[in-house]
Design a binder for this molecule. Structure first.
Ligand code: SAM
Length: 406
């Protein structure tokens, strides 16, 4: 059987590594255009990139999928389409499913999970559909030529995504593994942490420039600060984590290109001499937990953490340049009453107006209607955050007369 190995590797090269395939970078609703912009800014060989509800579709090669995983800040995961077919009965499903070349994508040792969504189709029982997929996959990937390769020690569980609409099955493999908002840095939670993907999106919408200071004065677990520090240090979004694709059979041949890509990314990283990010919070325990989470971490060089009430902060005590202040105040059932939130937002708006002239601001609020009394102009962007829709209010505090250009 060893003689089959070159033929198998040739098939992988032709069908998985070299072939243009459809990929889907999934995002939170509302972040699709930002994700498309990010993709278009990367050195990829992709084409036909376009937004669709919940993400961006593009055609590319495996190496583009690797790069998208490593660099995209707003995507939750990247799926590789491996097949589409029609099936209106279980017998047909088994037949079509067995025709997919699973051995090119999965190892016999892979732990496989299924995420199945079915609508307007004769087959809709997701557990029964998963059973048919499971048996078709195991009938194909237990072949001796596959087991010759042994187990890949970096293997993550593999999720097969199946979408069924009008009896048409679209089958994809998750190349990312753990959701991409998990950057592999944070080890602590807070009362209401933002997703890293959301924080990155808000920074992009606010036009964050790493050369300018960033203040995160209600930092909690520090999501905004960490995203800004990664941007300021030029660290790719997925630098500190692993991905499911490193356990794919194709990765044996693609590993060198991946290592080269990472080495190139590593050369771009440079930690700033002065921390460009100031994170603070009124809760001492929160500050200590954040300090602990990044202690000994190279990123710590980019973030200064202070225990401080936002309303006592005077930005000129830290910097003479205006930058971006990002605020995710406490809200939601667990934290505040609606009246309390409005009062807090009004205080925040008044504080910004008085003490942050010329600064850009991004303020996360539960609803647009709560912004009525804020004495500032801004644009609003709906953002989905932990199943809730929140709003990012983004604007610039009017500069003082001496800050205004002549
Ligand atoms: C919604 S949490 C922030 C979550 C954060 N964005 C994260 O990703 O973890 C709100 C934070 O605001 C802090 N906070 C509330 N009032 C404050 C104030 N007056 N000054 C500074 N921090 C305050 C709370 O201690 C809490 O950590």
């Amino acid at each position: 059987m060893l003689s089959d190995r070159p033929a198998f590797e040739k098939r992988i090269k032709r069908h998985v590594i070299g072939r243009f395939r459809e990929y889907f970078a999934g995002t939170a609703p509302g972040l699709e255009s930002l994700c498309l912009q990010e993709l278009q800014a990367l050195p990829l060989t992709i084409h036909k990139a376009q937004t669709c509800p919940g993400g961006v579709l593009f055609h590319g090669r495996l190496i583009d999928c690797y790069r998208a995983n490593l660099y995209l800040r707003t995507a939750n995961r990247v799926l590789m389409r491996i097949g589409t077919f029609k099936a209106a009965g279980f017998h047909e499903l088994e037949k079509k499913c067995s025709e997919l070349p699973w051995e090119l994508f999965l190892e016999p040792s892979h732990e496989i999970a299924f995420r199945i969504r079915a609508k307007k189709s004769r087959l809709f029982h997701t557990a029964a559909i998963a059973d048919r997929f499971r048996s078709s996959i195991s009938s194909r990937i237990s072949s001796p030529q596959q087991t010759l390769h042994g187990r890949n020690e970096r293997q993550q569980p593999q999720t097969v995504f199946v979408r069924v609409v009008d009896n048409r099955f679209t089958v994809s493999l998750d190349s990312s593994g753990v959701n991409l908002h998990k950057r592999g840095i944070k080890t602590i939670g807070s009362t209401a942490p933002l997703r890293e993907t959301t924080a990155a999106a808000v920074l992009m919408l606010a036009g964050y420039k790493p050369a300018k200071p960033l203040l995160d004065p209600m930092c909690g677990s520090g999501t905004f600060s960490l995203e800004a520090a990664m941007l300021a240090s030029n660290i790719p979004a997925g630098w500190f984590r692993d991905f499911a694709f490193t356990g794919w059979p194709a990765h044996r041949q693609a590993r060198k290109r991946w290592e080269h890509m990472k080495a190139e990314g590593g050369k771009q990283i440079s930690f700033p001499k002065q921390p460009p990010v100031l994170a603070s919070d009124i809760d001492r325990r929160v500050c200590n937990a954040f300090k602990k989470a990044i202690s000994g971490h190279e990123l710590g060089a980019a973030i200064e953490i202070l225990h401080r009430d936002f309303f006592d902060i005077q930005p000129q005590n830290f910097t003479h340049r205006s930058g971006l202040v990002v605020i995710n105040p406490p809200y939601g059932r667990r934290i505040e009453t609606p009246g309390g939130i409005r009062t807090l937002l009004l205080r925040i708006g008044t504080k910004l107006l008085r003490d942050f002239p010329g600064w850009k601001f991004a303020l996360m609020v539960p609803a647009k209607s709560m912004l009525q009394q804020i004495p500032l102009s801004f644009r609003t962007f709906p953002i989905f955050h932990g199943g809730l829709q929140v709003v990012a209010a983004i604007g610039t505090v009017p500069p003082t007369a001496d800050q205004s250009p002549p």
